[in-house]
Design a binder for this molecule. Structure first.
Ligand SMILES: C[S@@+](CC[C@H](N)C(=O)[O-])C[C@H]1O[C@@H](n2cnc3c(N)ncnc32)[C@H](O)[C@@H]1O
Length: 387
C-alpha cells in the first residue's frame, strides 16, 4: 500500500510538504476563524504512563478519562479525606458506566472503551489474572521500564506493547504499518539521541534488555520486524519523538464547569486553597498522565508564533486543534511545542530548548525575524533554564 505524500484528511486540512521545515506540515483547505475547531482526532494509540498508573492515578485504561469523582481526586492529591466539594452537578465522572475487565480487573469508563481496547490490543495483553501477575512477561517488561524511566515521565513501554499487540490482532497490518510509517522518522543517529534521552546513559544495554523482554512478551511472526535490534530502536524513537502528552483530571473538569457557568463566586477561594494543598502534597503530579500517537496532529510543525493550539476538550485522549488566529485557506497550521514561559524567552533560549529537547533548529517566521538578536542567554533566563 502506497503512503501518499500529500494526504487529504478531510474538508478542513491536508498534510503536504512544508517549505519552512523541509518535512511535512499540516495545512488548511478552507479558512477558519479564531476559536474554530480545525480538527478533532482520536489517537492511533494511547496509554497512561507506568508510574502514574502505579501511584494510583485513576484513568480509563483505553481513553484516559478520569475514573475518580472530583472529590475523590482532591482528597487523594491533598491527602485530606475531609474535603467536601460543593456543586456535585459539575462533576462529570459517571461511575454507573464504568466497567471492569472480568479477567484482569483493569477499568474502563464505558463498555465502548472496553470493547475498543479488547478488539484492538487487550485480548493479547490481558494477563488473565485478577489483581495482576508479577511473573507475567508484560509485567516484567513494565517493571524493567519503570526502573529506567522515573517521573517526570515522558513515555511508556506499554504504548509500544499496545502497538505490537495491535499488529498481532489486526488483519489489515499493512494499513497500520503505513500509518506508523507516516509519523515523523529519523536517522539512526537521531534515534540514538532520542533513546538516550528516554533511557539515560546506559541506553544501549537497556534497549537490549527491553527488546529481550518484549520478545518474551510479544514475540510472534507478526511482530518479528519490530523486534530486531534496528526495528526495536526505531519503534522506541517513534514513541519518544511522536508521543503527544495527555493530562486528564476530574478536579480540573469540575473547576472548568464551575467557572464556565459562573455558578458560585465563593468557590474561587476554595479552588485556590485546594490547589495550594495539592501542590504541597503532590507537587506537579496532579493529572492522570500518558501519551498518544496521532496520525494527523503529529504532522503539525512548531512555531514560536503559533496560529493554533492543541487541547483535550473532552477530558480524554481526543485531541482538538483550535485556531488561535484567523486562518486563510492554504495556510500552514502551527502549534507551539513550548510552554508559555519558554515561548516568552529570547530567540536563543527558545532555539536552545528546541534543539535539546526536540532535536531541531527552529526555522519559524519569528526566529527568522529575530535573526539579528544576539545569541545570548540573559541572567534571568539562565536561572530559569537551570530550574
Ligand atoms: C511532530 S513532527 C512534525 C511533522 C514533521 N515536519 C514531519 O515531516 O513529519 C516534528 C518534527 O518536525 C520538524 N519541525 C517542526 N517544527 C519545526 C520548525 N519550526 N523548524 C524546523 N523543523 C521543525 C522537526 O524535524 C521536528 O522533529
Amino acid at each position: 500500500m502506497a503512503c501518499s505524500k500529500e494526504t487529504l484528511i478531510n474538508h478542513g486540512v491536508k498534510i503536504c510538504p512544508s517549505p519552512q521545515t523541509q518535512g511535512r506540515g499540516l495545512f488548511t483547505t478552507r479558512s477558519f476563524k479564531i476559536g474554530d475547531t480545525i480538527i478533532e482526532e482520536q489517537p492511533l494509540f494511547s496509554c497512561q504512563f507506568s508510574w502514574n498508573y502505579a501511584y494510583g492515578y485513576s484513568a480509563c485504561d483505553f481513553c484516559m478519562r478520569p475514573l475518580e469523582t472530583a472529590e475523590e481526586n482532591v482528597r487523594r492529591l491533598t491527602a485530606n479525606a475531609d474535603i467536601i466539594l460543593p456543586h456535585p452537578e459539575c462533576d462529570e465522572t459517571d461511575k454507573s458506566s464504568h466497567i471492569i475487565c472480568s479477567q484482569c480487573a483493569v477499568t474502563y469508563c464505558s463498555i465502548e472503551c472496553k470493547d475498543h481496547a479488547w478488539n484492538q490490543y487487550h485480548k493479547t495483553l490481558c494477563c488473565n489474572m485478577l489483581g495482576g501477575n508479577p511473573n507475567h512477561p508484560l509485567e516484567k517488561l513494565n517493571e524493567a521500564w519503570k526502573k529506567m524511566h522515573y517521573p517526570p515521565e515522558t513515555s511508556t513501554i506499554m504504548l509500544l506493547a499496545r502497538i505490537l499487540a495491535t499488529f498481532i490482532q489486526r488483519i489489515d497490518r499493512e494499513e497500520l504499518k503505513c500509518q506508523l510509517m507516516s509519523l515523523c522518522h529519523h536517522t539512526a543517529n537521531e534515534e540514538d539521541t532520542i533513546a538516550h534521552k528516554l533511557l539515560g546513559s546506559e541506553f544501549e544495554s537497556q534497549l537490549e534488555l527491553l527488546r529481550d523482554l518484549s520478545i518474551k512478551a510479544l514475540g510472534r511472526p507478526e511482530t518479528d520486524e519490530f523486534l530486531t535490534p534496528q526495528g526495536f530502536r526505531s519503534l522506541i524513537a517513534l514513541i519518544g519523538r511522536n508521543g503527544q502528552g495527555i493530562g486528564t483530571s476530574a478536579f480540573s473538569v469540575w473547576v472548568r464547569k464551575v467557572s464556565e457557568n459562573d455558578i458560585d463566586p465563593t468557590t474561587d477561594s476554595l479552588i485556590d486553597t485546594i490547589y495550594q494543598e495539592m501542590e504541597k502534597e503532590s507537587g506537579d503530579f496532579l493529572n492522570n498522565e500518558g501519551s498518544a500517537l496521532f496520525a494527523v496532529q503529529s504532522a503539525c510543525n512548531h512555531s514560536c508564533e503559533p496560529n493554533s493550539i492543541s487541547s483535550f476538550p473532552f477530558s480524554n485522549h481526543t485531541v482538538a486543534l483550535v485556531a488561535s488566529k484567523d486562518l486563510q485557506e492554504g495556510e500552514e497550521i502551527f502549534i507551539s511545542y513550548l510552554d508559555e514561559c519558554v515561548l516568552s524567552r529570547s530567540r536563543h533560549s527558545r532555539r536552545k530548548f528546541l534543539e535539546e529537547n526536540y532535536l531541531f533548529h527552529c526555522n519559524c517566521s519569528r526566529c527568522q525575524l529575530e535573526v539579528d538578536e544576539p545569541d545570548m542567554t540573559s541572567d534571568d533566563e539562565e536561572s530559569m533554564e537551570d530550574d
